[in-house]
Ligand binder design. Structure first.
Ligand code: MLT
Ligand code: MN
Ligand code: ZN
Length: 351
């Protein structure tokens, strides 16, 4: 399983077209990295790719994937879709608008989502209905509490995250409906587990256990403070009212993430007003000191660790037995022979 962050920013991107906050202006003078809107892609062991959330920047994100050599086998002449499926964690504008940009596909879009998302995308924001006259949509249910197989050796489990409806569904929505899900991907061949929660309002005991049982987590990093938008005079809703647990404070997510034993904890869906996007900010230093990473476009995670360990261990055993060397000598020889393999592995996971 391979995971790529296609867009690490929240809705609006970094910089946002009409925003003049400190962060957006810093990007414009070339002193911070531009970020596209929230999306990731997962590759199964058989080579097939799955898009997780379809952002308004999907066209540019696919071109980036192509440049990075993600689609060697895709038929370029036939206008096919390079994704075996599209998973939607919610029906927010920033996670679904990209579907319209995929209308030129020669095949129907295979979309997986909770039924609430399907309802939103056929009523309040009727993307599914509109797409019926273009490429079409083949919808499959992805409900919280269920596990489905996406490809050979790759399964995904959905779990409830948010009951907050998208703004355009307020009034029409049922109060206790699950409007947002998180996803846990499991590579059954390699045993690796990734959990993705771009819209997280609470970290409870169940979420902590899920995070600790994952090799890597991609977590909501939208806002630094609860009052971030009202304080800047650019929005009336607090982070919590928008369904996003802020990072800072005693009850904030950073303190809780710092305690987790998970190997890699990466923030995604980061709003352009969040000071952690500026590498020299004190807030960024606090995130890094907590052992948490700030996601960025193109960050790729390759889970080869089990295969590598197996390979190295078998190499060590064969050295030890075939040459009837002692433990010390065979360890020495092992490191001389394998140091390049270890370096390539480290480079590949940091690429
Ligand atoms: C969110 O993540 O809360 C939404 O995308 C915000 C919005 O309505 O744009
Ligand atoms: Mn969003
Ligand atoms: Zn801004």
């Amino acid at each position: 399983m391979l995971l790529k962050i296609l867009g690490a920013s929240a809705g609006g991107g970094f910089p946002q077209w009409n925003c003049h906050c400190n962060g957006c202006e810093t990007v414009r003078v070339g002193q911070a990295q531009t970020l596209t809107q929230s999306s990731v892609a997962i590759q199964a062991g058989d080579g097939s790719w799955f898009l997780v959330n379809a952002s308004p920047d999907v066209r540019q994100q696919i071109e980036q994937m192509r440049l990075q050599g993600c689609f060697p086998a895709v038929e370029t002449a036939k206008r096919t879709l390079p994704f075996a499926g599209i998973l939607l964690t919610d029906a927010e504008v920033d996670h679904t608008t990209g579907l319209m940009l995929l209308r030129e596909s020669s095949q129907p879009l295979k979309v997986y989502s909770p039924v609430s998302v399907k309802l939103a995308l056929t009523t309040g924001y009727p993307l599914f209905s509109t797409l019926q006259n273009y490429c079409g949509v083949e919808w499959s249910a992805l409900e919280s509490g269920t596990v489905i197989s996406l490809a050979t050796g790759l399964e995904v489990e959905a779990f409830a995250l948010s009951t907050k409806p998208p703004k355009y569904m307020v009034g029409e929505a049922l109060a206790d409906e699950i409007w947002g899900i998180g996803l846990t991907f499991r590579d059954l061949t390699r045993g690796s587990v990734i959990t993705y929660t771009p819209g997280l309002a609470v970290i409870d005991e169940a979420m902590r256990s899920r995070f600790e049982a994952s090799d890597c987590i991609l977590v909501d990093g939208t806002f630094w403070t609860n009052e971030e938008l009202p304080a800047l005079g650019i929005g009336s809703r607090t982070a919590l009212q928008m369904g996003h647990l802020p990072l800072s404070g005693e009850d904030g997510s950073l303190k809780q993430l710092a305690k987790l034993s998970t190997s890699r904890k990466i923030l995604v869906h980061i709003n352009n007003t969040n000071p952690i996007l500026l590498t020299n900010s004190p807030e960024r230093q606090l995130v890094e000191a907590a052992g948490v990473e700030v996601g960025y476009d193109g960050l790729t995670l390759e889970f080869q660790v089990f295969i590598l360990c197996n390979y190295l261990y078998r190499n060590y055993l064969s050295l030890k037995s075939r040459q009837s060397l002692g433990r010390k000598k065979s360890l020495k020889l092992f490191f001389v022979l394998n140091i390049d393999v270890i370096i390539i592995f480290i480079l590949s996971i940091n690429a």
